[in-house]
Ligand binder design. Sequence first.
Ligand SMILES: CC(C)(COP(=O)(O)OP(=O)(O)OC[C@H]1O[C@@H](n2cnc3c(N)ncnc32)[C@H](O)[C@@H]1OP(=O)(O)O)[C@@H](O)C(=O)NCCC(=O)NCCS
Length: 169
Amino acid sequence: MGLEIRLLTACDTEAYWHLRLEALEREPKSFGESAEEHRATSLDSAAERLTANPDDNFVFGAFLDGDLVGMAGFFRYTIVKTRHKGKIWGVYVRESCRGRGIGRALLSALLEKIRNCPGVEQVSLTVVAGQSAAQALYTSFGFTTYGLDPGGLKVGDEYLENEHMLLKL
Ligand SMILES: CC(C)(COP(=O)(O)OP(=O)(O)OC[C@H]1O[C@@H](n2cnc3c(N)ncnc32)[C@H](O)[C@@H]1OP(=O)(O)O)[C@@H](O)C(=O)NCCC(=O)NCCS
């Protein structure tokens, strides 16, 4: 069966919800949302995230032999003066599946769809400083750093620097 990269739909809600929880539990220093906050969310809200406004708001999944092992999401800002912008979020590949091109394939598919969103001119993302694999991946697609937020995240007592990156389409 091998690797399949495709948009997630309502049918993928449960697998998506569990993979997102895995990401937040295993990589708490990579994401803003906490695992506790995610556990408090419902499958209905996850389904809504996957299906509401599908032209401007979507998540790609990576399936290895049918199992969801990676994801990458995008949303477009909604108010008129910000609709030329969007944000990539939730980029994650299960640890045992890393280093074989899945993250690159997810980003490629995501960016191709973003480029086809009429009027979207730039896309941003936030990466925690020191996440060298993610930084290298984004840089290789042309993202550049436009700002650093030294106290961007507080995980327990530890402050983590957020790096804000931008790609003009
Ligand atoms: C970032 C992440 C999604 C990459 O997934 P992956 O499937 O291993 O990535 P790929 O195998 O497609 O590699 C893509 C690029 O990432 C970079 N990369 C991957 N692993 C790396 C490593 N260990 N060290 C440095 N760079 C690395 C390389 O630039 C690589 O490009 P190359 O194949 O031309 O060398 C994955 O490491 C991950 O889930 N990390 C934890 C969560 C996280 O940090 N998410 C980002 C939140 S902003």
